[in-house]
Design a protein around this ligand. Structure first.
Ligand code: HEM
Length: 508
């Protein structure tokens, strides 16, 4: 009897893990032939090959890129993740359609941790998402954001002096983290300490620890698969307990800050309130308005929404901008001539002043350089993975409810179909006719995503990136650390490693 039960369990597990995802993938391969590339591996799917590529070639996506270039007819990569078929669309027509039909593809929360970002703008769907996007949208225009430029200059200059610069990731993410915290809370968050560490450092580390635990620890992985997100708190290991305690502490500290500002706003006069200077105030003013109007049928926000919106903006805005900045610095270190050309442009434009809003629009080489780095090494190589909401016909493919799908940003941009010499790093291509993209449907080069769910923080990211680059290039000669081997790996985002890959030598 026991023998039979064991056999049944083994057969079931094998079916779930191997056959369930593989059968639909094989059918699609038969249907699409050379237009589909099958790259299956039990449980880990594409990730297995990406990690192999990192180990063998020093780049997480090198192997994938080569295969996609050698097979220019491929429109979709057929792979799996755990027991689900996972379709990566690599052709810009599918990318376009998915971005335009985003409401049919809700995002899959990769963090898989409750009460952190699930209620924020990044993960919200439907009416909830629209409401949040409208509320925050006006605060993210260039016009509104430019009042933050002096603050960003100040933070960058300070860190350039205070940071030992032996760990580029700590150096830059301190800056980008502090910018988000200040933009959200204003002065009340100055000197924010969480779990005994500066706020920005602790949040960055905590998110990295959650991701590492979730993707690298098989016990956690299996628990989350069976129990859902509650798995973090059930039969928790020492490491999981540590993460849970840190999350609780983070939430408490941030909640206290929000409550403090709410009290301040309740006594501030109307004129002060209308300034909406910080992201937090936009939310709290809306909350106060709702309390006064006592409107019931509107989408109501509460303190939990505000808390998660902060964590969302921190999560979406800190690591992305920091990783992109470091990648830019790695390219400047690799190509000293380009570094000198950008230095010259900075000196011509702003001499030794702080960066101002009118400078930002005048950079030509810097903009072209950033575009080229985005083209070849976008930290957001794809947006969030989506789940198919219902069985549907999607262009020429039939998708089934529950499958995982994603639009790849990094494949159309390395294909001959769209760029000449696509493998070559040539920032000057962007000086002529916006990169001379061939057969462009408007969705070929989209570093910040596209359509209704594009990146709300893109002006803020570019503003920060340019200000940080200006100060660093002007103050330091950046070079590659000859003692380490530079790789492009993954820490949730795609970026350069190790952390000590760059050397900053003060210019005389
Ligand atoms: C180099 C820096 C950045 C890159 C490459 C980037 C990229 C992206 C991409 C590709 C998306 C679409 C995600 C998806 O649809 O799954 C996105 C969305 C988003 N980004 Fe960014 N981002 C950056 C910086 C920022 C910053 C600085 C903030 C805010 C402080 C921010 C906040 C957001 C938010 C809230 C969303 C969700 C928007 C929505 O769903 O309506 N991002 N970002």
């Amino acid at each position: 009897m026991i023998f039979f039960i064991i056999i049944i369990i083994v057969v079931y597990v094998l079916y779930r893990i191997i056959l369930k995802p593989l059968i639909p993938l094989l059918i699609l391969k038969l249907q699409f032939g050379k237009q589909a590339y099958l790259w299956y591996a039990p449980i880990w799917g594409l990730l297995k090959y990406n990690f192999r590529s990192l180990k063998q070639n020093g780049d997480f996506f090198d192997d994938l890129r080569k295969r996609m270039r050698q097979n220019p007819k491929v429109k979709m990569l057929l792979t799996n993740f755990l027991d689900k078929p996972f379709i990566n669309f690599v052709d810009s027509e599918y990318v376009k359609k998915m971005y335009l039909d985003h409401q049919n593809f809700p995002k899959f929360n990769l963090l898989r941790y409750d009460n952190l970002i699930d209620k924020g703008l990044l993960m919200a769907e439907g009416e909830e998402w629209k409401h949040q996007r409208n509320l925050l949208g006006s605060a993210f225009t260039f016009e509104k954001l430019k009042s933050r430029i002096p603050m960003i200059n100040q933070i960058v200059k300070e860190r350039c002096i205070l940071d030992p610069k032996t760990n580029s990731f700590d150096f830059i993410s301190w800056i980008t983290g502090e910018v988000v915290i200040h933009s959200f809370f204003g002065e009340i968050a100055k000197g924010l300490i969480i779990n005994g560490k500066p706020g920005q450092v602790e949040i960055v580390n905590l998110v990295a620890d959650i991701m590492l635990q979730r993707f690298k620890n098989t016990y956690t992985q299996i628990k989350l698969m069976i129990l859902g997100n509650k798995g973090w708190r059930i039969l928790a290991t020492k490491k999981e307990k540590d993460i849970n305690n840190r999350v609780d502490m983070l939430r408490n500290t941030v909640k206290q800050l929000i409550e403090k500002r709410l009290e301040q706003l309740q006594v501030e006069n109307q004129r002060e309130k209308q300034k909406d200077q910080f992201f937090l105030d936009i939310y709290l003013n809306e909350l106060l308005k709702q309390q006064q109007d006592n409107e019931r049928n509107k989408i109501n926000i509460d303190l939990e929404n505000v808390l998660q919106q902060f964590l969302t903006l921190f999560f979406a805005g800190t690591d992305t901008t920091a990783t992109m900045t470091i990648t830019c610095l790695v390219y400047l270190a690799k190509y000293p001539d380009i570094q000198n050309e950008l230095l010259q442009e900075i000196q011509d434009l702003i001499q030794d002043q702080d960066v101002q809003d009118n400078h930002l629009t005048k950079f030509v080489k810097m903009n072209a350089f950033i575009n080229e780095v985005f083209r070849l090494r976008n930290p957001a190589f794809s947006p969030f993975v989506r789940l198919v909401q219902k069985d549907m016909q999607f262009l020429d493919i039939k998708l089934k409810k529950g499958w995982m799908v994603v639009q790849r940003h990094d494949i159309p941009v390395i294909r001959h179909e769209h760029f000449s010499n696509p493998e070559e790093f040539d920032y000057k291509r962007w000086l002529i006719n916006q990169g001379n993209i061939q057969s462009d449907n408007g969705f070929v080069h989209i570093p910040f995503g596209a359509g209704g769910r594009n990146c709300i923080g893109q002006h803020m990211a570019l503003m920060e990136l340019k200000i940080i680059l200006c100060h660093i290039i002007r103050k330091f000669q950046v070079s590659l650390n000859p003692d380490v081997q530079i790789k492009f790996g993954i820490r949730f985002l795609y970026g350069a490693e190790p952390e000590n890959c760059l050397i900053y030598k003060e210019r005389r």
